[in-house]
Design a protein around this ligand. Structure first.
Ligand SMILES: [Zn+2]
Length: 415
């Protein structure tokens, strides 16, 4: 759901869109084998097909999401849910019942699409071997957590809309501590509901990473290995949390496929995010764009509500039945503004690449191979269409990142 999800996606530590360059293929090699790295010819073809699919799906999921909210609005379902929810005597309970009804309906409308995208497609490309029951169980757990949490921004929103003319400003500012709270509690309470976080079994690797963290000035952090392969064979790593909850997390897939030097560079990059306060920058940028989106919403939403009040079954923004319309506004505006937020993200990613080169002193071959492997294991297009990159990519293309590490000369170690 738009407003809250946006902030999570803006946190640059979630390096989900890692990309790489294709490996030169020996054309004499058997095309029937499915070697993941170096990419077999068959996997190379899959990489292109998967990239095309994910590009197309950005639009499909956007329009399905908007369409589902509009359906809930124009059928008068939202107004009906609001009336049903009023049996909760306390206001906060009727809010809660309402938001759960909206979430459930939206979930059910989107379910065929998410089953296709997240279950079937991920299986077809060999990323997942979860059973349908396992996948669905996790999806429901995710829905349950959202249902518990969504009441916070929703109640805050309608209280402000009913009380202040500049509600859009106060909402954005008020969401800052809420988002910080989730950055702090998510790694400790939410993530372990889905995966196991354990101390690294490879003690040599652990001491390498800890000495790198020490060099980066990240004190008192714990290094965890997460069994991410439970859901997907994709490779990733991150540094997350704030204050006492900060932690360095390596996917088991990264440990399995990457050498010490390659892992060192990946972790140097992640530590760069932490040291350069990219979490704080990401949150701040998110707040600015949420404020902008809500300000724009405020310009016209009331006249739209008046115009369609007969169809919607409500006639003012202060009515909680307007929630789906607010989410349509926020989603459309944030979708249109994505090139700016992603531009800021790509800048931070590049800064982290520089940091990773400097702090590890990694050879350009090892750094380039790390990117190359990300592309191969995650089937990410190393050289996407420039418009797609401009609009949707939170990371520079891997072709650019490889060109950079090949040309960059790390700063000499001051020690
Ligand atoms: Zn990054």
């Amino acid at each position: 759901l738009g407003v809250v999800g946006f902030a999570q996606e803006s946190i640059p530590d979630a390096d989900s869109a890692a990309v790489g360059i294709p490996v030169q293929q020996e054309m004499t090699g058997s095309s029937a084998d499915s070697s993941l790295y170096p990419l077999s010819a068959e996997r190379q073809e899959q990489l292109h097909a998967y990239s095309q699919f994910t590009d197309l799906w950005r639009f499909v999921s956007f329009f399905v999401g908007i369409g589902s909210l509009l359906l809930i609005l124009f059928t008068g379902l939202s107004a009906r849910f609001r009336s049903w929810a009023q049996f909760g005597r306390k206001k906060i309970f009727s809010y809660w019942i309402f938001v759960i009804l909206i979430l459930l309906t939206d979930y059910l409308i989107n379910l065929p699409f998410s089953i296709y995208r997240s279950f079937f497609v991920e299986h077809d490309y060999g990323f997942s071997n979860q059973t349908f029951g396992q996948w669905f169980g996790e999806d429901l757990l995710n829905l349950g957590i959202t249902a518990l949490i969504a009441i916070i921004p929703m109640a805050f929103f309608y209280w402000l809309v009913g009380s202040f003319r500049r509600w859009w400003l106060w909402f954005s500012l008020g969401m800052f501590p809420v988002m910080v709270f989730f950055v702090v509690i998510a790694p400790v309470f939410i993530s372990p509901l889905f995966n196991d976080y354990t101390k690294l079994t490879d003690k040599q690797l652990e001491s390498r990473i800890l000495s790198l963290a020490d060099k980066a000035g990240i004190e008192g952090s714990d290094v965890f290995e997460v069994n991410a392969s439970k859901q997907s064979s994709k490779v990733n790593a991150y540094v997350t949390g704030l204050f006492g909850t900060k932690r360095i997390v390596l996917y088991d897939t990264l440990i399995k496929h990457f050498t010490y030097d390659e892992i060192g560079f990946v972790m140097g990059h992640e530590m760069g995010h932490y040291v350069m306060n990219h979490v704080w920058w990401g949150l701040s940028i998110a707040i600015v764009f949420v404020a902008l989106a809500l300000w724009l919403t405020n310009q016209s939403i009331r006249s739209v509500i008046r115009k369609f009040s007969g169809r919607f079954g409500f006639d003012k923004l202060e009515d909680i039945a307007s929630l789906p319309l607010v989410l349509v506004y926020a989603s459309v505006i944030l979708f249109v503004l994505q090139p700016i937020t992603n531009g800021a993200s790509r800048h931070m990613e590049h800064q982290s690449d520089i940091y990773g080169m400097d702090i590890t002193g990694v050879s350009s071959d090892d750094a380039a191979r790390a990117f190359d492997k990300l592309s191969a294991y995650n089937l990410s297009d190393p050289d996407p269409n420039p418009i797609i990159e401009f609009w949707f990519s939170s990371h520079p293309s891997l072709k650019k990142r490889i060109e950079f590490v090949r040309s960059y000369r790390p700063m000499p170690d001051p020690n």
